[in-house]
Design a protein around this ligand. Structure first.
Ligand code: SF4
Ligand code: SF4
Ligand code: SF4
Length: 754
């Protein structure tokens, strides 16, 4: 993975951006976290959050003019959160603030003119950094303007406790004293003879010309001055004191005054928050002039959303599974690949995404987790870091679909060329071979110019596995088959083929099958579904491709089906097969399809064979749209079971043999198996779960029976056979019953036993 790209991805996910309440506060008090503390009844922790961000926490908790509240997103459903009242509750119920750390002293001295909120704040912050600070106030007391406020509004104890910080930090305070200029001089620079920097609070003193509101630097180096704006707002005053402290520190350290201060002060939050489904609640009110009780404060705090994005996590089982969100996952995936070099857990995470693209649809920043995972897979395969076990089963299955057992490219009998060719795709051929044969017959009899047939894999599994070499080889083979047919227009029944060809072989014209099926021209009447109201599930591979989605709906309309939509346009979900999740993380694939199945009690209809079988696998009644067009083997196609891995493979081989025989009059050279197997339904399900094909079981037993290389139990009479195929060794326990061999158990491992 490219480090720069990783950084771009990390920046694209805005989940960690601060919420509007925090960015609306000039000092960025983390109100979301504070409110969360109050929700838990932890007022002390809430107070610590204020004290960590502002130099006079108790005072501000009481009198802050709270610009944050105007930004609070809760007001889009009800009132804004009463942040200031909650801060006050933290000050009231939070006990004492933990003592400050005594800093290591620095050699520079700073003079501060003005002992109101801004000057005192600057004094505390600079003293916290270890500077020697002398604070001058011309009036008789610090914070004089606050002393007249009533006890309810600002308790005297809050002022005393906050000001204690000055003596604790060793700040010299001189009240009734103006900032002393050297004798005979009124020039600001002359002040620097007695110190290293000066801050004029900007309240009552004649100010030097202010040069910058960002830094409060004046035109005189080392002299800083606040604005008169601070008089209108307590938080503004404390903010300016804090800006001055940062600038003085940078000046004395010889650092840039301006660099890295873009987000200083209040700014607009980038965090996306979806408030569409929020229930409106009014704020908890108190009697005039009183503060919240603990209970009232907790009730009010519970109204906080709390603001966060997580739009993608809400809709994706995979993103939820790993407990965080894309920005974190990008880093984990990068670390997995580049630092720890592929640990098992990390690999599983990389390989569990369905690559379905739903996250991109819902993300306000169009973040694509599919791009991240695909990039990581490709990179791991290139560098030889992808464990072969991850995609071995799926790639072997794809190799079968590319082998002579399935592939075929023929013109319609009686034609020397094809104006059109039908590409049913491997999954429909594996799931419903009889529907492929019926479709092909329908197209041959209804379309002019010769309709050829191409049985071939588009290579999508290799693409999902990150194996670009195998994917490109599959594309080349398909391209060659299409060229050998005279470059006809393709009609496909598979959404994955449609997407793959559109994206990677764009010179091949391809259309979905659905507009080319005319039920009125069919001789046989298809079975009546149990209900004519069906909930439509769109496959994720053609998400948002109107040509495909609309044509499938139009066909259902021609069939008189009332369609129930399961989601807003473009927001369909994966069935758990996409991205090969099913093979890497079957439990997650099952959760994914179950979530979708639970969206409606109505029977589903879909136009992807794999999606239909995945629903059937989870016990959800689902029909393939072709089941409504052509007669099927079952009178209740919604109850048809998932054929499973072994039958899917056999179906493809049988389809080719059947078409060669029935359409082209050629006998295939089908080889009769030399042994007869007896496999109970329970054992068949066990093989499915362990992803062991009956073909692998058969080869293992055939090998043992032909070589005698097996172990026999003298007590049970059962034999144990093993057979190595590629990187996998299969083990089968079986016994003989007449001329049949009964399979009791089978398993495999990837170690070589010598
Ligand atoms: S709802 Fe909560 S997190 Fe969101 S802006 Fe308001 S206080 Fe902050
Ligand atoms: S499974 Fe789909 S929605 Fe979830 S992260 Fe992967 S591409 Fe995004
Ligand atoms: S939708 Fe997901 S990826 Fe996009 S910003 Fe939100 S949390 Fe990040």
């Amino acid at each position: 993975m490219d480090r720069e790209q990783v950084r771009r991805w990390e920046t694209q996910c805005i989940q960690e951006q601060p919420p509007a309440c925090a960015t609306g506060c000039p000092l960025h008090v983390d109100a979301r976290q504070l409110v969360e503390c109050v929700t838990r009844g932890d007022f002390k922790a809430g107070l610590a959050i204020i004290a960590g961000a502002v130099p006079l926490p108790l005072i501000l908790a009481h009198i802050c003019d709270h610009p944050c509240q105007a930004q609070c997103r809760r007001c889009e459903a009800g009132d804004a959160i009463e942040i200031n009242a909650l801060e006050r509750a933290c000050a009231g119920f939070g006990g004492t603030i933990a003592s400050m750390r005594i800093p290591s002293p620095k050699s520079h001295k700073v003079l501060i003119a003005g002992g109101e909120l801004s000057g005192v704040s600057a004094a505390i912050l600079l003293a916290q950094k270890g500077y020697e600070v002398e604070l001058f106030e011309s009036g008789p007391t610090l914070l004089g303007s606050l002393r007249s406020l009533g006890e309810t509004q600002l308790p005297k104890q809050a002022i005393t406790a906050d000001l204690d910080a000055l003596s604790f930090l060793g700040v010299t305070v001189r009240c009734n004293t103006a900032l002393p200029f050297p004798a005979g001089s009124a020039e600001p620079e002359s002040l620097l003879r007695a110190c290293d920097a000066v801050y004029f609070e900007g309240r009552v003193w004649p100010l030097p010309d202010t040069g910058s509101s960002l830094t409060l630097a004046t035109l005189h180096a080392g002299i800083f001055a606040g604005s008169t704006l601070q008089q209108q707002s307590p938080i503004r005053a404390v903010y300016e004191g804090s800006v001055a402290a940062i600038s003085v520190d940078r000046f004395l350290q010889g650092a840039s005054l301006e660099a890295g201060r873009d987000n200083q002060g209040a700014y607009a939050s980038r965090l996306y928050v979806n408030t569409k489904r929020l229930t409106a609640f009014p704020a908890v009110r108190t009697t005039e002039g009183t503060s919240y009780t603990k209970d009232e404060a907790q009730q009010e705090a519970k109204r906080c959303i709390p603001c966060q994005c997580l739009e993608c996590v809400k809709v994706c089982e995979y993103l939820e599974e790993y407990g965080a969100y894309p920005k974190r996952y990008v880093r984990q995936i990068y670390n997995n690949e580049c630092i720890v070099m592929g640990v098992r857990n990390g690999n599983r995470m990389v390989n569990s995404c369905s690559l379905c693209g739903l996250c991109t649809e819902v993300c306000p920043e169009n973040f694509s987790m599919a791009d991240v995972c695909l990039d990581a897979r490709q990179s791991m395969v290139r560098k030889g870091k992808m464990p072969p076990s991850a995609h071995d089963f799926a790639l072997r299955d794809m190799a079968f679909s590319q082998s002579d057992a399935f592939t075929l490219a023929r013109h319609q009998p009686g034609f020397q060329s094809s104006q059109t060719a039908f590409l049913p795709g491997c999954q429909l051929s594996a799931s419903s071979p009889q529907q492929v044969a019926a479709c092909y017959e329908h197209l041959r009899t209804t379309m002019p110019g010769g309709v050829g047939l191409i049985l071939q894999c588009c290579g999508a599994p290799a693409r999902w596995a990150g194996d670009e070499e195998k994917f490109q080889a599959a594309l080349s083979a398909l391209d060659a088959a299409w060229s050998s047919m005279g470059r006809p227009r393709l009609i496909t029944a598979c959404s994955s083929c449609f997407k793959t060809l559109n994206e990677h072989l764009p010179h091949i014209p391809i259309e979905p099958l659905w507009p080319h099926l005319d039920p009125a021209l069919l001789a046989k009447t298809p079975p009546e579904p149990a209900s004519r109201t069906l909930a439509i599930h769109d496959p994720c591979s053609t998400r948002g491709v109107r040509q495909v989605e609309d044509s499938a709906r139009a066909l259902l309309g021609r069939l008189g089906i009332d369609v129930v939509e399961l989601n807003e346009p473009g927001l369909t979900t994966c069935c758990g097969y996409g991205g090969l999740t099913l093979f890497v993380n079957p439990a997650l694939a099952d959760k994914t399809v179950t979530r979708r199945a639970q969206q409606s009690d109505v029977d589903f209809v879909t136009y992807c064979a794999m999606c239909r079988d995945r629903f059937a696998h989870q016990g959800k009644r689902a029909i393939h749209v072709l089941d409504l067009v052509f007669a099927n083997v079952s009178s209740d196609p919604a109850a048809r079971r998932d054929p499973g891995f072994s039958e899917r493979r056999d179906n493809r081989a049988r389809l080719k043999a059947q078409l060669l025989r029935e359409v082209w009059g050629e006998e295939g050279n089908a080889v009769e198996p030399s042994i007869k197997l007896q496999i109970s339904e329970d054992t068949r399900l066990l093989l499915e779960k362990r992803m062991i094909l009956i073909e692998d079981v058969r080869r293992t037993i055939e090998y043992a029976e032909s070589t005698g290389d097996k172990l026999e139990s003298s007590t049970t009479g059962q034999s144990l056979a093993s057979f190595r195929s590629g990187c996998v060794t299969y083990w089968v326990e079986y016994s003989r019953l007449g001329d049949e061999l009964v399979v009791h158990d089978a398993y495999f491992h990837r170690m070589e036993v010598r």
